[in-house]
Design a protein. Sequence first.
Length: 342
Amino acid sequence: MVVDVIMGGRTEMVIEAGLPDQILPNREGRARVAVLTQPGATNHATNVARSIRAEGYEVEIIGLPDRDEAKSLDVAASVYETLARFGLGRQDTIVGVGGGSVTDLSGFVAGTWLRGVEVVHVPTTLLAAVDASIGGKTGVNLAGKNLVGVFWHPTRVVVDTTILDDLPGSLLREGLAEALKVGLIGDTDLVELLEAHGAEAPIGEVVRRATAVKSRIVDDDEREQGKRAFLNFGHTIGHAVEFASTLSHGESVGLGMVAAARISQEKDGFSEAERVTAAISDLGIPVEVSGLDRARVKDLLRHDKKRDAKGLRMVLLESIGSPVLRHVDSDEIDIGLAAIKL
Ligand SMILES: NC(=O)c1ccc[n+]([C@@H]2O[C@H](COP(=O)([O-])OP(=O)(O)OC[C@H]3O[C@@H](n4cnc5c(N)ncnc54)[C@H](O)[C@@H]3O)[C@@H](O)[C@H]2O)c1
Ligand SMILES: [Zn+2]
């Protein structure tokens, strides 16, 4: 078994082609394991469950609704009911097999059931592998996204790269956009790897590098008092574009990164905005929008929760690998929006 990253002694990353012989870390007294999954990951969950059963545990598979439909208090409540019937106890384990919506809900349920039981993630999307499954943020949506949650770290994350090799293009691009984001704020080698190979980049290496950067940042600043905010690079304008359009999260973040790179050039003399734009484009992600309502995007930005008394705060780049947090004014935002033809 390859153990690549130990995050603050809390999360062990296992990144291999294929599932490891032993999916769960050793744990005294464990008898039962609940495997939570979603429609697009059921086959993988069946394989995970079979392997865990073969280790001698009693396993219950719990199917969740697809995508963000899984991230609700109602779904959490119905999972708690099932856990009660199944008798999942303090020494037992919850395993989330799926995309970020499964890892977010599984982490939330694990962090609250009996005031906290072990959770292990087996991400089946690239976004979940490089982003959602590590860092300990869990949550459900209410009127807004992720309004209710706890910090709860998985003891282990198992990434089977053969699953990620088979992802449909749209899910692949979502994850690559987040991997490039992580590279731009913390790993120039990862940026170069993605530039050299585009959407054909070797997934194992991308996951290894991206999770190492995110782990390092989260270890320093779990509660987002400082550096963790750098992980929001591309997400301020990205979220506004996502809300105002039918574009996916990854596509919107790609556009947000193009805009943020251009604003960085304006404010911090960042000299590689064109390079960033080319890298995003080479991943198959659009770098310009059409048919979007500019006033609506600006209005969404006016209500961004990262706004304080001095205005909107955004992550910008001084150079590739060196992010900074800066207040930006309306004219600077206009320059960023113009860069994506908005
Ligand atoms: N906690 C965090 O730090 C964090 C970070 C980023 C995103 N998130 C959350 O992650 C969620 C998005 O995650 P996501 O993009 O992974 O999507 P998702 O969980 O919504 O899944 C997307 C789709 O992919 C399908 N799917 C899953 N595995 C598949 C596979 N191997 N092949 C084909 N289809 C598959 C699913 O059934 C679903 O239809 C959001 O809720 C977001 O808030 C959390
Ligand atoms: Zn994101």
